[in-house]
Design a protein around this ligand. Structure first.
Ligand SMILES: NC(=O)c1ccc[n+]([C@@H]2O[C@H](COP(=O)([O-])OP(=O)(O)OC[C@H]3O[C@@H](n4cnc5c(N)ncnc54)[C@H](O)[C@@H]3O)[C@@H](O)[C@H]2O)c1
Length: 570
């Protein structure tokens, strides 16, 4: 068997992914030699790479690089660290695939840049990174090259892993996969799918990570392809709930498998009762039984419950597996899948155990809304209305004029509105990933009262969006009393909520219990409540001086049996 394995390993990947160090370690483990195409170029030409770039340009450098690769590929028993851009040439890829095994070392741009700096290299030694924003350059170049990196026979993830362990993984992959891979020398030659990847995505630029969110009608068909473009290969472990699985499970598995990923699934009962540490521990056992590795993806297919549970599991198993959100409820599409909050519930309170853990990518198939139960869909519109009120007057006008199209899920209008909401949430999260500057706090508009109402009804009578709708009405009432919110705006808000079938009031909930829950929230956080009030559309203000009397009045009004204003409308 050993004889059939190719006796060359090529390491590809961006600068800073550890190719030279890993090549040396792999070579030592196999008793081979380590080569580096950059070293060969400098030795043969007697010049430094920055000098070649500066005097002869990139095209000449690429010629010399191809020559260096040919020289390395002529030798047996070698591990070759290649230049970061080498994969973009089909001829180079053919050369590496012909009796060679190609492994891509993958890492996030922030980690790559840190490694480049730690190695004592300045951007000037990397001509392609020169300029005022080397990290930005890495992001752009890496995104362009990603579809080419994704062609590798195997991808080893290096974030947070020491390089000796990466080297062991490369040797294991060579032993396991290289004989089969080498049977097809043309396997890397064709132009990769999605060489223009990322152009049609919204991007979240959080401090800890940058990731694309693809929002399309019918996006599920390309799910596997999107994972490959993002550098995910090997296996994808899909977590879903039984309702969502019934509709989309098979299609998701098919798309992943078609893209060459090994896909399996774990389906939990639908509903909040699954969002627990007990379910998470079952998921850990399942991942262990599937021999999940650091580079394998966890795919969260479902609403916010599945996103939080699968996200929490991905964040904690092996100290973090790459996470892919595939949100299927409106709430998950416009809110829960963006921003990196993952959590499970304890009996004491919801979302008590959690983390900030950003996904690797988000694939949003807006057509999944066609199977979402009507009440869940209506509830999701509350977050959309909230985003419009706090951030986007144009979006508010669109909601008002296109309400009929949106409520019947007309594909074009609905996709555009979901995409806009993703952009808005992405913008806030990018500015304040961990809720430290106050920017992210504006997303809590309507949520202070909503949490009280949800807790008072023990999370049973009200869906989250319904509670947020009532909470926004209460916040507008408080704002009006304080002279912050114009009456016309409060009326406009009420009208748009009603047009989407959302409630203004929630009769049947004991207002005193809601107030007690709000007081408890305040006590637990140890801080004054920061109310988000609206001065105008797109003009939220944070206030911690809301008088208790006004809060009591607004909550009692919210819980009143449908009176003059009517209760649930629409
Ligand atoms: N992480 C965050 O930032 C964040 C933000 C808001 C809410 N959340 C969490 O999200 C959860 C609520 O999310 P949710 O409202 O999506 O609830 P959910 O995930 O429980 O979904 C609601 C119901 O709709 C079903 N469903 C979902 N998509 C469907 C589809 N396309 N077709 C048919 N049925 C479908 C589900 O099976 C479930 O029965 C809560 O746990 C909340 O704490 C998290």
């Amino acid at each position: 068997m050993e004889r059939q394995r190719p006796r060359r390993i090529f390491l590809t990947g961006f600068s800073g992914s550890g190719k030279s160090a890993v090549a040396a370690l792999v070579a030592a483990a196999l008793g081979w030699r380590a080569l580096d195409t950059d070293d060969i170029i400098e030795e043969r030409s007697g010049r430094s790479i920055p000098d070649i770039f500066a005097r002869d340009g990139e095209a000449r450098f690429r010629e010399l690089e191809a020559q260096a690769l040919r020289e390395a590929a002529n030798q047996p028993d070698v591990v070759v660290a290649t230049g970061g851009g080498i994969v973009q040439s089909a001829a180079n890829r053919r050369l590496m695939a012909d009796d060679g095994f190609v492994v891509c070392l993958e890492g996030r741009p922030e980690v790559l840049w840190q490694r480049i700096r730690e190695a004592g290299h300045s951007a000037t030694e990397r001509p392609l990174l020169a300029g005022p924003d080397p990290l930005g350059r890495i992001r752009v170049l890496k995104a362009q090259r990603q579809p080419f990196y994704a062609l590798a026979d195997y991808t080893a993830h290096t974030d947070g892993i020491d390089l000796p362990r990466v080297a062991e993984e490369v040797v294991r992959a060579w032993r396991r996969l290289s004989a089969r891979a080498a049977r097809d020398p043309d396997r890397l030659s064709s132009e990769p799918v999605g060489a223009d990847a990322g152009e049609d995505a919204c991007w979240v630029n959080a401090e800890s990570a940058r990731y694309p969110v693809y929002v399309e009608w019918g996006a599920l068909a390309r799910l596997g392809e999107r994972l490959r473009e993002a550098g995910l290969s090997g296996a994808a472990h899909v977590i879903s709930d039984e309702h969502v699985w019934h509709h989309y499970g098979e299609a998701v598995l098919a798309s992943l498998r078609q893209a060459g990923l090994e896909a399996d699934s774990y389906v939990v009962p639908a509903g909040e009762t699954s969002k627990t540490l007990t379910t998470a521990s079952h998921l850990y056992e399942w991942l262990a039984s599937r021999r999940a590795e650091r580079g394998h993806a966890v795919v969260a297919l479902g609403g916010g419950m599945v996103g939080d549970l699968a996200g929490f599991t991905a964040a904690t198993y092996l100290r973090g597996l790459p996470l892919v959100h595939v949100p299927t409820s409106l709430l998950a599409m416009v809110d829960a899948s963006i921003g990196g909050k993952v959590a499970v519930n304890l009996s004491e309170a919801k979302n008590l155990v959690g983390a900030f853990y950003q996904p690797r990518l988000v694939v949003t198939d807006v057509s999944a809304l066609t199977t979402l139960p009507a009440r869940e869909l209506t509830s999701g519109w509350a977050e959309v209305v909230k985003h419009a009120l706090i951030m986007d007057p144009d979006l508010l006008s669109t909601l008002e004029t296109r309400v009929a199209d949106l409520r019947r899920l007309e594909p074009e209008a609905t996709t555009a509105v979901v995409r806009r909401n993703v952009e808005l949430k992405a913008q806030v999260v990018s500015e304040d990933e961990r809720e430290t500057t106050g920017r992210r706090t504006i997303l809590n508009y309507g949520h202070t009262v909503a949490h009280g109402l949800e807790a008072a009804s023990e999370y049973e009578a009200l869906l989250h969006g319904e509670a947020v709708a009532v909470g926004m009405v209460a916040a507008a009432e408080i704002g009006r009393e304080m002279g912050v919110t114009p009456s016309a705006l409060a009326e406009r808000q009420a009208a748009v909520l009603a047009s989407f079938g959302l409630p203004w009031q929630t009769p049947g909930i004991d207002p005193e219990r809601a107030l007690a829950a709000m007081a408890l929230d305040k006590k637990v956080s140890g801080r004054a409540v920061r109310w988000v009030l609206l001065e105008g559309v797109g003009r939220p203000v944070l206030r911690d001086d809301v008088p208790d009397t006004l809060v009591r009045q607004a909550v009692r009004q919210a819980c009143r049996v449908a009176g003059k204003r009517g209760g649930r409308r629409g």
